[in-house]
Write a new protein. Structure first.
Length: 306
C-alpha cells in the first residue's frame, strides 16, 4: 500500500464536558481535503486514542470513514495493551471500511525484544490477515526503541498484512535505512513534522503529522520547493515549521495547543482529556496573538482559507 504526500493525524473532537462531538467530523474532513491532505490517521496520539474507551474509538473511526467516503485513505490506529481488544478494534476498522490499520506496541509491560514486538503485532492483527498494517514506531511515547531495520526484516514474515511503518522518531539515518530496505514493497511514512525536509532529502515521499491539520499549505510548500530543487525556499519554509512547533510546545504544551488552533480555523475540536491539559481561557486568548506574531496566518494557510 503506497501512500505519498501528507497524512493528517486527526483530532477527536469533544464537547466541553469531554464527550465526543462527532458532528464536527464532516467539517474537519472537508477542511483537510481542501488543504490537499492525502490521507488520514485516526485515533493515534493526536486523536487521543489511548485516552478513549474502545466504544469511543469505534465511533470516531466510523465518523471519519463515513465523512471521507472513499476519497482518500483512512488508517485507523488499533493498538491497545489488551491484544484481544486490539483484535476487535482491527475487525471493526475492517468492517466499517478503513483502508488500513496501525498499532502502537503494548506499553504497560512493554516488549523485551524485536521478536516479542512482532509477536504482539501478529496477534493484534491475526483476525484481519488481508488488512494493510503499519507499525506505529514512536519511542518517545511507547518507550520502545528497537532497531527498525531489524524489525522490518522480521515483521513481514509473520504479519500477513504488513504494509510498512509510521516512523515517528528523529533518527533520520535509521529511517533512510528502512526506506532502502523497504524499496517499493513497503511504505515507510515519516512522523516528525519539524523534520519533513530531512526525510525528503533521504528519499521520503509520505508523512503523517499533527500540524498538517492546520498548516498543510506550509508543508505542501516544502514538498513542492524540494521537488523543484529550490532548497533555499524549502529550508525557509521548514524553519517556519520548526519555530511554530517550538512555540506551541514551549507555551501551549504541544497537542493541546495544536487542537485549539483548529477552532481558530472554524473546525472546533474542543478540549483535551487528562492527563493532557486543555488550554485555559487566558491561553486561548493569547494563542491567536502569538500565531499572528510568527506570521502563521500568512504562510500557514491557503489563500482561499482564513
Amino acid at each position: 500500500m503506497r501512500i505519498e504526500g501528507l497524512v493528517a493525524a486527526t483530532f477527536s473532537p469533544m464537547n466541553q464536558d469531554g464527550s465526543l462531538n462527532l458532528s464536527q467530523v464532516p467539517g474537519i474532513v472537508e477542511h483537510l481535503i481542501g488543504d490537499g491532505i492525502a490521507g488520514l490517521y485516526v485515533c493515534g496520539s493526536t486523536g487521543e486514542g489511548p485516552l478513549m474507551s474502545g466504544h469511543e474509538r469505534r465511533q470516531v473511526a466510523e465518523a471519519y470513514i463515513a465523512a471521507v467516503a472513499g476519497r482518500i485513505p483512512v488508517i485507523v490506529q488499533i493498538g491497545h495493551d489488551s491484544l484481544a481488544e486490539a483484535r476487535e478494534l482491527a475487525e471493526h476498522a475492517q468492517d466499517c471500511g478503513a483502508d488500513a490499520i496501525s498499532a502502537i506496541t503494548p506499553r504497560y509491560f512493554g516488549c523485551d525484544s524485536v521478536d516479542t514486538l512482532v509477536a504482539c503485532l501478529e496477534e493484534a492483527t491475526s483476525s484481519v490477515p488481508d488488512m494493510p498494517f503499519f507499525y506505529y514506531h514512536i519511542p518517545a511515547l511507547s518507550g520502545i526503541s528497537f532497531d527498525m531495520l531489524k524489525f522490518l526484516q522480521k515483521a513481514p514474515k509473520r504479519i500477513s498484512g504488513f504494509a510498512g511503518i509510521k516512523y515517528s522518531a528523529l533518527t533520520v539515518h535509521e529511517y533512510q535505512e528502512c526506506l532502502d530496505c523497504a524499496g517499493d514493497e513497503y511504505t515507510i511514512l515519516f512522523g516528525c513534522d519539524e523534520m519533513l525536509l530531512s526525510s525528503l532529502a533521504v528519499g521520503g515521499y509520505g508523512a503523517v503529522g499533527s500540524t498538517f491539520n492546520f498548516a498543510a499549505p506550509l508543508y505542501n510548500g516544502i514538498i513542492d520547493a524540494y521537488r523543484r530543487s529550490d532548497l533555499a525556499c524549502a529550508q525557509d519554509l521548514q524553519l517556519k515549521s520548526v519555530k511554530m512547533i517550538h512555540m506551541l510546545y514551549d507555551r501551549y504544551r504541544g497537542q493541546p495547543g495544536f487542537k485549539a488552533i483548529m477552532g481558530l480555523l472554524g473546525c472546533d475540536c474542543g478540549p483535551n482529556r487528562l492527563p493532557l491539559r486543555a488550554l485555559s481561557d487566558a491561553e486561548n486568548k493569547q494563542l491567536p496573538i502569538d500565531l499572528e506574531q510568527i506570521g502563521f496566518f500568512n504562510w500557514g494557510r491557503s489563500k482561499h482559507n482564513p
